[in-house]
Ligand binder design. Sequence first.
Ligand SMILES: *Cc1c(COP(=O)(O)O)cnc(C)c1O
Length: 421
Amino acid sequence: MRHFDFKDGEMFAEDVALREIAETIGTPCYVYSTATFERHYKVFADSFKGIDALVAYSVKANSNIGILASLAKLGAGADVVSGGELQRALTAGIPADKVVFSGVGKTADEMRIALTASIRIFNVESLPELYVLNSVAAEMDVKAPIAFRVNPDVTAGGHEKISTGKKENKFGIAWSQAERAYAEAAALENIEIVGVDVHIGSQIDDLAPFEKAISKVGELISRLRTNGHNIRSFDIGGGLGIPYGDNSITPPPPDQYGAMVKRLTADMDVEMIFEPGRMISGNAGILLSKVLYVKEGEDRKFLIIDAAMNDLLRPALYDAYHEIEAVKAPGSDYEDISYDVVGPICESGDTFTKSRELPEMKAGDLLVMHSAGAYGASQSSQYNTRPLVPEVLVKGSQFEVIRKRPTVEDILKTETVPSWL
Ligand SMILES: *Cc1c(COP(=O)(O)O)cnc(C)c1O
């Protein structure tokens, strides 16, 4: 069921009219549905019932601590890629032993914070990183639990910028160097080898690349065990795609993904770790915006809205499609009009869509961009000195601001004119 849908002629988030949120909070703002978050998490986690599994939600997809705390209550762990994200996860009440630390460029300071917190595992992406981790752990007189993120050289992912598992990508240890890396790690005093990790890409719409990667890793795990390494966990990353409403991809449902993983890993004798991001949060959020102006160009009409690329970067960064709807339900006799929907920022890239058929809209009308719960607010910036877009969480008939809109004074407070002027 959809938790952003029309009731009595206007769109609601669960039982709250989006118009009411716009009137109270102002636009643009992100609006999230608790029920959708919970349903997605449960559907995903339930597909691994019966096996030893940790669902470590990928914090970068939507990192608000209100969201993380909601997921923590359902039992979620966290996949973090920075010290900041680690602090978010811990602040939100995710236990450290359910936190995995990924990323190609962890600093010694971040490693120290993670070791102090006793996180579950570091997904190490290079030998230089391994040596730094070993020396930080030695200083602290502890052992750092690690998996290597290996690069299985499979093609996957909805866009060149979100494909990560090919050999030309910057991520992970090259397949041909994996065994040597494990041998080096085994020789280090303050490293404990725990598992193997992959993450092949994002917005993947097909089980085949996952199957290929899992089979390859299965063979690697056998070889590593033959070499004497104690491999106990297998982290298969995130990457499961979601529908964005343009019918361009039909991602496999989570239960099919779960069945496939269970089948292929049944004999591996490992604990499974998953790092879903988009699958949990993508369709749990919308970006609510208002039409500022309708501008008639020579041969096209522009809807100039109050949201911009700094609030939702995906169309500019990945040519991403977001379904757009008016908050007021169109009457039965409406005619679609072709609009370019654009933001106020001084960049041609600040275009959400071109030639989209929408019901006629006028200044002051509200619209939503769907599927904006992942890589939306978490990628937002203050470009053009536009204050960070607020986030609102709905639960039933209640709603609360979970990130407030800073004032321009808040922004300017962090900057100073140099003393020599
Ligand atoms: C981004 C990322 C994820 C989450 O990817 P989704 O496509 O949102 O599921 C998981 N693991 C790692 C290492 C990532 O970088």
